[in-house]
Design a protein around this ligand. Structure first.
Ligand SMILES: Cc1cc2nc3c(=O)[nH]c(=O)nc-3n(C[C@H](O)[C@H](O)[C@H](O)COP(=O)(O)O)c2cc1C
Length: 373
């Protein structure tokens, strides 16, 4: 079966061929400390492409991370960074504006018994430093979000045989990535868990779904397209490939696996009835992102305009999240997750990989039995 744009449900995938994968499956990278070497290595060893989100890592930790991944799997793996590492006004903040920003969150700091953090010298790990370390470490695959890396970086990737994967939330972004010469493009729909990684226009105005985006992008770019957002089983993978995608990237379903870096409380939430309500909000980090609705989203989503831009809000909120997570709380911490979460059933990477790969090409089951929650 071949789609009108050359995608093939049971046939070979250009991405799989280029990288030597047994399955056209990418485990989506997770920032915010939620990636793990165990998960990435498990997926890569099972024939997919395992990924590690390194956005929060200082440059000096990237070389050791790549060495650890190399030691943990014989398969290819992907390391992910955020190109656009700050929004306007997000690099520095005047002391009085910082004090005002803290005021909004002060009651939560008090409730969790966390001291208000002093103004730091910087709020994030700069992309320019991280990417230099990444180039030196030369992972097999480098994926990125929030923009197009400088031409010199992409040229260096080619020189070092690092396969590059950009991420688009719109057709215009996909075309910009294609023109820049990336090797593959993730087309990510608004169903996806985590950040809405737009870099042309406001994320709020770029809310195309995975179905539409895949069909828009696949016939108009020269490189393989990886569909992301709302996929959790072989039917979703087959549907994405039928619409022209070359491979599928799965995030939320892998985040829910025991091997991920998510806390047990977060994983439990993803399998609970609370997973039925997800929201896109800037309240956690200053950038638009999808997570499960909880007390934080209910109380702070409307106050997002009062919060500082990314990454300042993310840095401040990080102090609260760490304390909330350590206390096993799920009300004052981001519970990232995508719209497909209520259909999750698998708790290990091996079980999920089986569900994603078995039956691709065969008739999909008429129904997927999901226990009522
Ligand atoms: C907790 C979380 C963190 C994420 N962090 C990143 C990231 O740092 N970089 C990235 O490219 N994608 C990131 N994503 C997106 C995933 O890699 C993947 O594309 C997405 O989750 C697919 O949609 P799904 O959640 O519906 O499966 C993140 C997703 C989640 C749920």
């Amino acid at each position: 079966m071949v789609s009108s744009h050359g995608g093939s449900v049971e046939g070979s995938s250009r991405l799989a061929q280029a990288l030597g994968l047994r399955h056209p499956i990418v485990q989506g990278p997770f920032g915010g400390g939620l990636s793990s070497v165990a998960l990435a290595a498990a997926v890569s060893s099972l024939g997919g492409l395992g990924s590690f989100g390194a956005v929060n890592l200082p440059a000096e930790r990237i070389g050791p991370l790549v060495a650890e991944l190399r030691a943990a799997t014989d398969g290819p793996f992907n390391v992910n960074l955020w190109v656009g590492d700050h929004d306007p006004g997000g690099l520095a903040i005047a002391p009085d504006a910082y004090a005002r920003a803290l005021e909004v969150l002060a009651p939560y700091f008090e409730e969790l018994g966390v001291p208000l953090p002093a103004l730091p010298s910087r709020f994030h790990q700069p992309f320019a430093e991280q990417v230099e370390a990444l180039l030196a470490a030369a992972p097999p695959v480098f994926s990125f979000v929030y923009g197009v890396p400088p031409a010199a970086v992409l040229a260096e990737c080619r020189r070092r045989h690092i396969f590059t994967v950009g991420t688009a939330t719109t057709l215009a972004e996909a075309e910009a990535l294609d023109a820049a010469g990336v090797d593959a493009i993730v087309a990510t729909g608004m169903e996806a868990g985590g950040h809405r990684v737009s870099f042309i226009g406001r994320a709020e105005d770029n809310l195309t779904g995975t179905f539409a985006l895949t069909q828009l992008v696949a016939p108009r770019v020269s490189v393989p397209v990886i569909a992301a957002g709302g996929i959790c089983d072989a039917r979703g993978v087959a549907a994405a490939r039928l619409l022209g995608a070359d491979a599928a990237q799965i995030g939320t379903a892998f985040l829910a696996c025991n091997e991920s870096g998510a806390t047990p409380a977060h994983r439990e939430k993803l399998f609970s009835a609370d997973a039925r309500e997800t929201v896109l909000t800037r309240a956690f980090t200053g950038r638009l992102a999808r997570g499960l609705a909880n007390r934080w989203t209910r109380e702070l989503h409307r106050r997002a305009p009062e919060l500082p831009p990314f990454p300042i809000q993310s840095w401040i909120a990080g102090h609260l999240k760490a304390a909330a997570a350590a206390a096993g709380r799920t009300d004052l911490v981001s519970m990232w997750g995508g719209q497909i979460a209520p259909n999750l059933v698998h708790h290990t990477a091996a079980d999920l990989m089986r569900a994603l790969t078995e039956g691709v090409g065969a008739d999909p089951p008429a129904t997927t039995v999901v226990e009522a929650r």
